[in-house]
Each structure stands twice: as structure tokens, then as C-alpha cells.
Design a protein around this ligand. Structure first.
Ligand SMILES: Nc1nc2c(ncn2[C@@H]2O[C@H](COP(=O)(O)OP(=O)(O)OP(=O)(O)O)[C@@H](O)[C@H]2O)c(=O)[nH]1
Ligand SMILES: [Mg+2]
Length: 540
């Protein structure tokens, strides 16, 4: 950062704030609610603070009751503006000392009505122009209103000046609740070890060393510590010089907001930046497709396609005298509301359904398991809240997959077109049956004529066999033989069509699974990967 001009820093901050807002948008439902709330708070505060410009630097004197904040405030400004006292706690509302012009709108936004305008050159050597010094109530107050006032203001001030005293500088309340929490804010943090007049020279050194160690442990390595006494005035000029320098460089506004971003970025990183999600593994997708194939009833429909082929073939090319028996049996495909071939435009629009029996409990359970396995496979190693968002992306479509699969099966064009040989065989069957009937009638006439002793009906012979006998027996035998051959051919064709139907239906199921589950899951994983990349980038 050294060597950067304030405007470059401000531009960088603006760019980071835009990234943060993108993360907030993309992170909706994918980032834990508390982090999402912090994104909102930081973004809103940054926008508002930057809206008031960087010409003023707001420094807050914060600390425990009795540490001497108000006394130090008065000493720094050179006037007794803020009552200090022995009654604890003394200060209940923040008070501002404003050096130089302006800052009204800024103080309105900070909601600090008690303001005092002061000459920028309190001390001839030091200009405090642009400094807005706040005297805060006690952070560890017995009065909740004091704590709220402090909490509200520490979120928005530009520089923290923690005022500690030799008795309470190690208090857990200060270190746990504030110093550690603002560990990223070292560049905008100062510590005043006040009431230094109460210590001997040796104790001062020891106290300063110990305080330095505690701050290091808090994560605030190398922050400036100034030893002061509001009573004797020792160190006050040094602290004033420090405040003057920080105000003059006009970088605190951007640095504080940058530190807020660093702090948030670190937490965002541990929540979602540490891992990169990968697309759905093939094996998990295939397992889901297999389970969906069972739920869709692909085997039942494929078998019905074969059975329908045999059935329809027998209806056309079977032996005509017994064909009517076939008619009594239902068409295996029509039973399921399938097999009428092409889907018309109207049918596609109105939702077409099959009358297939519902999937077995086992098949449905297996689909549910495959869905959960998919969640496990994609969420492995990812943060828990991402698992939740993936669960939401996967579970609902898996649960409604049955309906979509049924619609897909209903609209699949099944291979049930009549084979060309059926018509040929059917025509031959008609000729053979005709020959058989002619032969039988002829034989009947011969038989009746002989019975009534009428003159012989002529019966030409073919070799030794009379023609009517040849027609009757030959027609029947050839018809039966042709029907048997037809059944065999239909069996072979049916097996082929069963395989083809299974392949077409399975491909349809895979397409539905890909469209309704895998594609949205991969899209969600992609969003999560982008979110991870964005939080890594925000980290710097
Ligand atoms: N000896 C000594 N006493 C101090 C010093 N600074 C403040 N005091 C005294 O400490 C007491 C508390 O001072 P305040 O300035 O009211 O402390 P505060 O931090 O503003 O307290 P709250 O407003 O209650 O949070 C007063 O009696 C001061 O006179 C100092 O540097 N040395
Ligand atoms: Mg006070």
C-alpha cells in the first residue's frame, strides 16, 4: 500500500465494494445469514461514509469507564467540553469536537447531536483541520444504552483510539469484545495508556511492554501506543500530533473501510472460499439415471413393446381360423395407454400420461437414495451451508422426477410399426384359408352326394390325392406352417424391438435426469465455484 495515493486507494476500495455487492447478490441463500447481514451492513456503511467524503477523519476515544476518555478529550481540544468525574459512568452520549469547517452532515449521519466547533490550530505547531474527535461512553457499561451507543459508533468511525488505564488495560471485556474483533483494523487503531502519572518510571515501562504483548496477542501487531496523562498533560501533545498526522493524510476513511472488507473477506473465505466445487461426477449421475430407469418402468414398457409386436403380428399374420382368440386379449401396449406411435402437437401440449402401474416402493426408495448419494458426492468437502443449497437444488427435482419420466415415456415414439411381411403373410393366409374352405366344401358336397346316392361329383386328382382333399389339407397344413414361421419371425422381431425400445426409453430417461437434475446441479455448483473465486479475490 505504501506509495499509493489516497485516490488510488479509494478507487481500489470502490472496486472491492462492487465485488462485495456481487458476492452479496450471488450469495443469497448460499452464504450464512450472519455473513450476508454483515455484507449488507459493511456495504451500506461504506456507501454512506464515502458519501460524506474523506476530508474529515472521525476519531473515537473509546474504552472502559474511568479510563479518562473525557479528560483526555478535554486535554486534546484544550477546553473542558466534556464533563469528567468520579461518578461512574459519566459520559452517556457521544460528544464531538469538530476542527475546521463542515462535517454537519457527517455528524448527522453519525447521529452525534452534541458538537463543538473549534479552531483548527489549537496548538500553533499542529493543525487539526478536518479532525472530528468523539468522546464515547464506556463500552463495558452497566447502562445498556451506553454499550449500544459505543457499538453503533465503533462500526462507523474512521480511527479507534482506545483509552486504557494502568488498572484495567488487561480487561477481557476490552480485548475479547473489541480489540480482537478489530484485529484487521490495526492501520486505523491507536492506544492511549492514560493515567500514566500514577505509575513509577519502572512500572510505566513494564506496563507498556505488557500492553504491547497483549495487543500482539489480540492480532494488533505494531499499533501505536502513546503514554498519556490527562491530568499532567504528559503525552497529550504527542497524541495530538498523531491525530493531526492521521487527519492530514486523509487515508483513514478508506483504510477503515478496507479493514472492514478484509475482516469480512477473511470470514467469507473460511465460509466459502477455501474449496472449489467440481461438476457432478459421472458415476453419481449414472447411478441416478439407472434408478430413474427403474422408476420410469422402462423394462415393463420395453417388454410390452415386444409383446405388442407379437400380438399385432399374430392378429395380421396368424392362422385365420383361430385369430379371433387373439382379439379377446388386450393389446399389451394399449393397456398402458401407449403405442399409438407419433405424438400429435395437441397431445404434446396437453400433458400426456401413461397408465403404467406406479413405481414399486423399492424403485422409488432407490431413486431417493441415488438423489441423496448425488448430494453427498457433490457436497463432499464443501461447507455445510453449501450442502444445504445443493440439497435444495437436487432433492426437489428428484422427488418430482417420476412425473416427468412418465410424461417422457408417454411421448416416446416406440418401435411398434407393423412389419412389411405381416401383410404378405396375411394375404397368403387368406389364400390358404380360402383354398382350405373350398376343399372342405367340395369334400362336403362329395360326401353329401355319396350319402344320398347321387351321381358322383367330379373330383380331379393330383397324382393319387383328390384335389379337394389336397386343397383342404394342404391349405390347413400350409396355413399352420406359415403361422408357425410367422410366430418365430415375430419373436425375433419382438426381441429386437424390445432392445430398441429399452435403448430409446433409457436415453429419454437420461435426458430428463440431465435436464431436470444434473444441469441445475452443475449450474448451482458453477455459481458456488464463482462465489468461492470472488471471495478469494476479495481477500487480497
Ligand atoms: N491521575 C489521573 N486521573 C485521571 C486521568 N484522566 C482521568 N482521570 C480521572 O479519572 C476519572 C474518570 O475520568 P473521565 O474522564 O470521566 O473518564 P471516562 O473514561 O470519560 O469515564 P466514562 O465517561 O464514565 O466512561 C476522573 O476523576 C478523572 O479526573 C489521568 O490521566 N490521571
Ligand atoms: Mg467520559
Amino acid at each position: 500500500m505504501t506509495g499509493y495515493s489516497p485516490s488510488v486507494e479509494a478507487d481500489e476500495l470502490q472496486a472491492r465494494l462492487r465485488q462485495l455487492s456481487d458476492i452479496g447478490e450471488l450469495g443469497d441463500g448460499r452464504i450464512p445469514a450472519d455473513l450476508q447481514a454483515r455484507i449488507h451492513t459493511v456495504a451500506t456503511a461504506a456507501e454512506a461514509r464515502l458519501g460524506h467524503g474523506t476530508s474529515h477523519t472521525v476519531v473515537a476515544l473509546a474504552g472502559a469507564t474511568g479510563s479518562g476518555k473525557s479528560s483526555l478529550f478535554n486535554a486534546l481540544v484544550g477546553e473542558d467540553l466534556s464533563p469528567s468525574g468520579v461518578l461512574r459512568p459519566t459520559t452517556s452520549k457521544a460528544r464531538a469536537a469538530v476542527f475546521g469547517e463542515g462535517a454537519e452532515a457527517l455528524l448527522d449521519w453519525l447521529d452525534v447531536p452534541q458538537r463543538h466547533r473549534l479552531d483548527a490550530s489549537v496548538n500553533a505547531n499542529v493543525s487539526l483541520d478536518g479532525l472530528v474527535l468523539l468522546d464515547l461512553p464506556d463500552h463495558d457499561s452497566i447502562a445498556a444504552a451506553h454499550r449500544h451507543e459505543v457499538e453503533r459508533l465503533v462500526q462507523v468511525v474512521d480511527v479507534f483510539c482506545w483509552v486504557v488505564d494502568p488498572q484495567k488495560y488487561a480487561d477481557a471485556a476490552l480485548h475479547d469484545q473489541y480489540l480482537q474483533r478489530f484485529a484487521s483494523h490495526g492501520s486505523v487503531t491507536l492506544v492511549a495508556l492514560n493515567q500514566i502519572d500514577r505509575l513509577s518510571a519502572d512500572d510505566r515501562r513494564a506496563c507498556l511492554v505488557h500492553l504491547g504483548q497483549l495487543l500482539d496477542e489480540d492480532g494488533l501487531v505494531g499499533v501505536r501506543i502513546v503514554a498519556t496523562s490527562a491530568t499532567t498533560g504528559e503525552g497529550v501533545a504527542e497524541l495530538r500530533r498523531e491525530l493531526s498526522a492521521r487527519t492530514a493524510e486523509r487515508r483513514a476513511v478508506v483504510r477503515r473501510l478496507d479493514a472492514d472488507l478484509d475482516w469480512l473477506a477473511a470470514d467469507l473465505f473460511s465460509a466459502c472460499g477455501d474449496v472449489t466445487p467440481r461438476p457432478v461426477p459421472r458415476i453419481a449421475r449414472d447411478a441416478l439415471v439407472m434408478a430413474a430407469i427403474k422408476v420410469a418402468g422402462v423394462d415393463v414398457v420395453a417388454d410390452a413393446v415386444g409383446a405388442a409386436y407379437r400380438h399385432r403380428s399374430a392378429m395380421v399374420a396368424g392362422w385365420p381360423p383361430v385369430r379371433w382368440v387373439r382379439k379377446l386379449r388386450p393389446d399389451p401396449l394399449k393397456r398402458f395407454g401407449l403405442g399409438s406411435g407419433r405424438v400429435t402437437g395437441n397431445e404434446q401440449q396437453s400433458v400426456r400420461r401413461t397408465s403404467l402401474p406406479p413405481a414399486s416402493a423399492d424403485a422409488s426408495a432407490a431413486l431417493g437414495t441415488a438423489g441423496r448419494d448425488l448430494v453427498d458426492a457433490v457436497a463432499e468437502g464443501l461447507p455445510l451451508h453449501w450442502r444445504d443449497s445443493l440439497d435444495a437444488t437436487i432433492t426437489a427435482p428428484v422427488q418430482s422426477l417420476g412425473d416427468s419420466l412418465d410424461r417422457d415415456v408417454a411421448s416416446t415414439e416406440l418401435p411398434v410399426a407393423p412389419a412389411r411381411w405381416w401383410a404378405v403373410a396375411g394375404a397368403m393366409q387368406r389364400i390358404l384359408t380360402f383354398a382350405m374352405v373350398v376343399g372342405m366344401v367340395w369334400l362336403g358336397v362329395v360326401f353329401v352326394a355319396a350319402w344320398f346316392q347321387l351321381p358322383n361329383v367330379p373330383t380331379p386328382r393330383l397324382g393319387v390325392v383328390p384335389l379337394p382333399t389336397m386343397l383342404a389339407l394342404g391349405g390347413a397344413a400350409l396355413g399352420l406352417l406359415l403361422a408357425a414361421l410367422g410366430r418365430r419371425a415375430a419373436s425375433v422381431g419382438a426381441a429386437r424391438r424390445t432392445r430398441a425400445a429399452r435403448a430409446t426409453l433409457s436415453a429419454g430417461v437420461a435426458r430428463v435426469v440431465d435436464e431436470e437434475v444434473i444441469a441445475p446441479t452443475n449450474a448451482e455448483l458453477d455459481v458456488l465455484a464463482r462465489l468461492g473465486a470472488m471471495t478469494r479475490k476479495l481477500q487480497r
